[in-house]
Design a protein around this ligand. Structure first.
Ligand code: CTP
Ligand code: CA
Length: 221
Protein backbone atom coordinates (compact mmCIF):
# COMPACT_ATOMS: atom_id res chain seq x y z
CA UNK A 1 0.00 0.00 0.00
CA UNK A 2 2.86 2.36 0.82
CA UNK A 3 4.16 1.77 -2.70
CA UNK A 4 0.91 2.09 -4.60
CA UNK A 5 1.13 5.20 -6.68
CA UNK A 6 -0.82 6.23 -9.73
CA UNK A 7 1.53 9.18 -10.13
CA UNK A 8 4.24 7.87 -12.46
CA UNK A 9 6.51 10.86 -11.90
CA UNK A 10 9.60 8.92 -13.02
CA UNK A 11 8.08 7.22 -16.06
CA UNK A 12 10.86 6.14 -18.42
CA UNK A 13 13.65 7.62 -16.29
CA UNK A 14 16.72 5.36 -15.90
CA UNK A 15 17.75 5.15 -12.26
CA UNK A 16 20.85 3.41 -10.90
CA UNK A 17 21.02 2.75 -7.15
CA UNK A 18 23.77 1.19 -5.04
CA UNK A 19 23.03 -0.29 -1.63
CA UNK A 20 24.64 -2.07 1.29
CA UNK A 21 28.09 -2.25 2.75
CA UNK A 22 30.80 -3.67 0.50
CA UNK A 23 32.72 -6.72 1.72
CA UNK A 24 36.46 -6.63 1.31
CA UNK A 25 38.00 -10.08 1.43
CA UNK A 26 41.00 -11.06 3.52
CA UNK A 27 40.87 -14.75 2.63
CA UNK A 28 38.23 -17.27 1.46
CA UNK A 29 36.37 -17.17 4.78
CA UNK A 30 36.93 -13.64 6.14
CA UNK A 31 36.14 -10.08 5.09
CA UNK A 32 35.99 -6.49 6.33
CA UNK A 33 32.65 -4.69 6.15
CA UNK A 34 30.43 -2.15 7.96
CA UNK A 35 26.98 -1.84 9.53
CA UNK A 36 25.04 -0.76 6.44
CA UNK A 37 21.90 -2.87 5.92
CA UNK A 38 21.07 -1.70 2.40
CA UNK A 39 17.58 -0.63 3.50
CA UNK A 40 17.78 3.00 2.31
CA UNK A 41 19.16 2.06 -1.11
CA UNK A 42 16.61 -0.70 -1.54
CA UNK A 43 13.81 1.70 -0.55
CA UNK A 44 15.04 4.16 -3.19
CA UNK A 45 15.10 1.44 -5.84
CA UNK A 46 11.59 0.25 -4.95
CA UNK A 47 10.16 3.78 -4.77
CA UNK A 48 11.70 4.69 -8.12
CA UNK A 49 10.31 1.54 -9.77
CA UNK A 50 6.86 2.21 -8.29
CA UNK A 51 7.01 5.70 -9.82
CA UNK A 52 7.66 4.27 -13.28
CA UNK A 53 11.47 4.41 -13.48
CA UNK A 54 13.62 1.73 -15.11
CA UNK A 55 15.72 0.76 -12.10
CA UNK A 56 18.97 -1.14 -11.61
CA UNK A 57 20.05 -1.89 -8.05
CA UNK A 58 23.69 -2.82 -7.49
CA UNK A 59 23.79 -4.24 -4.02
CA UNK A 60 25.53 -6.37 -1.43
CA UNK A 61 22.34 -6.67 0.63
CA UNK A 62 19.56 -9.24 0.80
CA UNK A 63 16.51 -6.99 0.87
CA UNK A 64 13.18 -7.50 -0.86
CA UNK A 65 12.77 -5.68 -4.15
CA UNK A 66 9.88 -5.16 -6.55
CA UNK A 67 9.93 -7.51 -9.58
CA UNK A 68 10.51 -4.49 -11.83
CA UNK A 69 13.87 -3.74 -10.18
CA UNK A 70 16.84 -5.34 -11.97
CA UNK A 71 19.19 -6.53 -9.21
CA UNK A 72 22.93 -7.04 -9.62
CA UNK A 73 24.62 -8.61 -6.61
CA UNK A 74 28.20 -7.61 -5.85
CA UNK A 75 30.59 -8.10 -2.96
CA UNK A 76 33.51 -5.68 -3.19
CA UNK A 77 33.92 -1.96 -3.88
CA UNK A 78 35.86 -2.78 -7.03
CA UNK A 79 33.02 -4.98 -8.34
CA UNK A 80 30.47 -2.26 -7.48
CA UNK A 81 32.63 0.32 -9.26
CA UNK A 82 32.80 -1.81 -12.41
CA UNK A 83 29.02 -2.40 -12.47
CA UNK A 84 28.28 1.30 -11.94
CA UNK A 85 30.78 2.44 -14.58
CA UNK A 86 29.38 -0.03 -17.13
CA UNK A 87 25.90 1.52 -16.80
CA UNK A 88 26.64 5.20 -16.19
CA UNK A 89 26.29 6.35 -19.83
CA UNK A 90 22.74 4.96 -20.04
CA UNK A 91 21.65 6.36 -16.67
CA UNK A 92 19.70 9.51 -15.82
CA UNK A 93 19.86 9.47 -12.01
CA UNK A 94 22.49 7.75 -9.83
CA UNK A 95 21.91 7.31 -6.10
CA UNK A 96 25.05 6.11 -4.29
CA UNK A 97 23.42 4.81 -1.11
CA UNK A 98 26.01 2.05 -0.65
CA UNK A 99 28.45 2.23 2.24
CA UNK A 100 31.53 1.64 0.11
CA UNK A 101 34.44 0.39 2.20
CA UNK A 102 37.19 2.98 2.17
CA UNK A 103 39.94 0.34 2.25
CA UNK A 104 40.55 -3.23 1.14
CA UNK A 105 43.33 -5.65 1.98
CA UNK A 106 46.28 -5.15 -0.39
CA UNK A 107 46.40 -8.92 -0.97
CA UNK A 108 43.53 -11.43 -0.84
CA UNK A 109 44.97 -14.68 0.52
CA UNK A 110 43.99 -17.65 -1.64
CA UNK A 111 43.84 -19.97 1.34
CA UNK A 112 42.71 -19.41 4.93
CA UNK A 113 45.16 -17.33 6.93
CA UNK A 114 46.73 -19.30 9.78
CA UNK A 115 47.99 -18.08 13.14
CA UNK A 116 51.72 -18.18 13.67
CA UNK A 117 52.90 -18.12 17.28
CA UNK A 118 51.26 -15.70 19.73
CA UNK A 119 51.83 -12.45 17.79
CA UNK A 120 49.15 -9.95 16.77
CA UNK A 121 48.41 -9.21 13.12
CA UNK A 122 48.80 -5.95 11.20
CA UNK A 123 46.59 -5.67 8.11
CA UNK A 124 47.97 -3.93 5.03
CA UNK A 125 45.09 -1.98 3.46
CA UNK A 126 44.90 0.09 0.29
CA UNK A 127 42.27 2.71 -0.52
CA UNK A 128 39.30 1.79 -2.72
CA UNK A 129 38.29 3.92 -5.72
CA UNK A 130 35.85 6.71 -4.86
CA UNK A 131 32.94 5.70 -7.10
CA UNK A 132 30.84 8.82 -6.46
CA UNK A 133 33.74 11.24 -7.01
CA UNK A 134 34.53 9.58 -10.35
CA UNK A 135 30.87 9.93 -11.43
CA UNK A 136 30.80 13.57 -10.32
CA UNK A 137 33.95 14.30 -12.31
CA UNK A 138 32.72 12.62 -15.52
CA UNK A 139 28.95 13.26 -15.55
CA UNK A 140 27.37 14.85 -18.60
CA UNK A 141 23.55 14.72 -18.39
CA UNK A 142 23.32 12.54 -15.26
CA UNK A 143 22.02 13.67 -11.86
CA UNK A 144 24.43 12.27 -9.29
CA UNK A 145 23.46 11.93 -5.62
CA UNK A 146 25.46 10.61 -2.68
CA UNK A 147 24.88 9.96 0.98
CA UNK A 148 26.87 11.04 4.00
CA UNK A 149 26.40 9.11 7.22
CA UNK A 150 28.17 11.01 9.98
CA UNK A 151 28.38 10.77 13.75
CA UNK A 152 29.81 14.30 14.16
CA UNK A 153 29.60 17.68 12.40
CA UNK A 154 26.98 16.26 10.04
CA UNK A 155 26.23 19.25 7.84
CA UNK A 156 29.79 20.57 7.61
CA UNK A 157 31.11 17.15 6.59
CA UNK A 158 28.28 16.61 4.13
CA UNK A 159 28.72 20.06 2.52
CA UNK A 160 32.41 19.35 2.07
CA UNK A 161 31.62 16.00 0.40
CA UNK A 162 29.03 17.61 -1.91
CA UNK A 163 31.72 19.94 -3.24
CA UNK A 164 34.65 17.51 -3.24
CA UNK A 165 32.70 14.83 -5.14
CA UNK A 166 30.98 17.33 -7.49
CA UNK A 167 27.62 15.74 -6.66
CA UNK A 168 24.25 17.30 -7.48
CA UNK A 169 22.86 16.27 -4.12
CA UNK A 170 24.24 14.94 -0.84
CA UNK A 171 21.76 13.27 1.49
CA UNK A 172 23.05 13.68 5.02
CA UNK A 173 22.00 11.46 7.89
CA UNK A 174 23.19 11.17 11.44
CA UNK A 175 24.26 7.69 12.56
CA UNK A 176 24.95 6.21 15.97
CA UNK A 177 22.81 5.76 19.10
CA UNK A 178 19.61 4.43 17.54
CA UNK A 179 19.90 6.35 14.28
CA UNK A 180 20.62 5.46 10.69
CA UNK A 181 21.98 1.99 9.91
CA UNK A 182 19.73 -1.08 9.92
CA UNK A 183 16.57 0.77 10.94
CA UNK A 184 13.31 1.27 9.11
CA UNK A 185 13.11 4.97 9.92
CA UNK A 186 15.52 7.72 9.08
CA UNK A 187 15.71 11.53 9.08
CA UNK A 188 17.83 13.25 6.47
CA UNK A 189 18.90 16.65 5.19
CA UNK A 190 19.20 17.24 1.43
CA UNK A 191 22.12 19.43 0.37
CA UNK A 192 22.47 20.84 -3.13
CA UNK A 193 25.03 23.26 -4.55
CA UNK A 194 23.93 26.86 -3.92
CA UNK A 195 20.66 25.86 -2.25
CA UNK A 196 19.41 26.06 1.31
CA UNK A 197 19.38 22.64 3.03
CA UNK A 198 16.04 20.80 2.99
CA UNK A 199 15.22 18.84 6.15
CA UNK A 200 13.07 15.74 5.82
CA UNK A 201 11.52 14.75 9.14
CA UNK A 202 11.88 11.26 10.59
CA UNK A 203 9.83 8.82 8.53
CA UNK A 204 9.95 5.28 7.16
CA UNK A 205 12.79 4.90 4.64
CA UNK A 206 10.31 4.19 1.83
CA UNK A 207 8.55 7.50 2.45
CA UNK A 208 11.84 9.37 2.60
CA UNK A 209 12.86 7.68 -0.63
CA UNK A 210 9.72 9.00 -2.34
CA UNK A 211 10.38 12.53 -1.05
CA UNK A 212 14.01 12.40 -2.20
CA UNK A 213 13.07 11.15 -5.67
CA UNK A 214 10.35 13.78 -6.08
CA UNK A 215 12.80 16.51 -5.15
CA UNK A 216 15.38 15.19 -7.64
CA UNK A 217 12.82 15.03 -10.42
CA UNK A 218 11.74 18.63 -9.64
CA UNK A 219 15.34 19.82 -9.87
CA UNK A 220 15.95 17.91 -13.12
CA UNK A 221 12.76 19.08 -14.80
N1 CTP B 1 31.58 6.64 -1.78
C1 CTP B 1 31.98 6.06 -2.96
N2 CTP B 1 33.17 5.40 -3.03
C2 CTP B 1 33.97 5.31 -1.95
C3 CTP B 1 33.58 5.91 -0.73
C4 CTP B 1 32.37 6.56 -0.67
O1 CTP B 1 31.23 6.16 -3.95
N3 CTP B 1 35.13 4.67 -2.05
C5 CTP B 1 30.29 7.35 -1.74
C6 CTP B 1 29.26 6.74 -0.81
O2 CTP B 1 28.48 5.79 -1.49
C7 CTP B 1 28.45 7.95 -0.39
C8 CTP B 1 29.43 9.10 -0.43
O3 CTP B 1 30.52 8.65 -1.26
O4 CTP B 1 27.42 8.22 -1.31
C9 CTP B 1 29.97 9.52 0.89
O5 CTP B 1 30.56 8.41 1.54
P1 CTP B 1 31.38 8.65 2.86
O6 CTP B 1 31.91 7.35 3.36
O7 CTP B 1 30.54 9.48 3.79
O8 CTP B 1 32.57 9.59 2.32
P2 CTP B 1 34.12 9.38 2.20
O9 CTP B 1 34.55 10.19 1.01
O10 CTP B 1 34.49 7.94 2.17
O11 CTP B 1 34.71 10.09 3.48
P3 CTP B 1 34.90 9.54 4.99
O12 CTP B 1 34.42 8.12 5.07
O13 CTP B 1 36.35 9.69 5.26
O14 CTP B 1 34.06 10.47 5.85
CA1 CA C 1 33.89 6.38 3.76
Amino acid sequence: AALATSDQYLRGVKVLVTAGGTRERLDPVRYLTNDSSGKMGTALANAAAAAGAKVTLITTAHQVTLPAVEVEKVETAEQMNAEVQARFDQTDIVLMAAAVADYRPREVASSKLKKTGDQGLTLDLVQNPDILAALGASKTHQFVAGFAAETNDLLQNAQAKLARKQADMLIANRVGKGLGFNRDDNAVTLLQPGQAPIELAQAPKLELAQQILRRIQEVRA
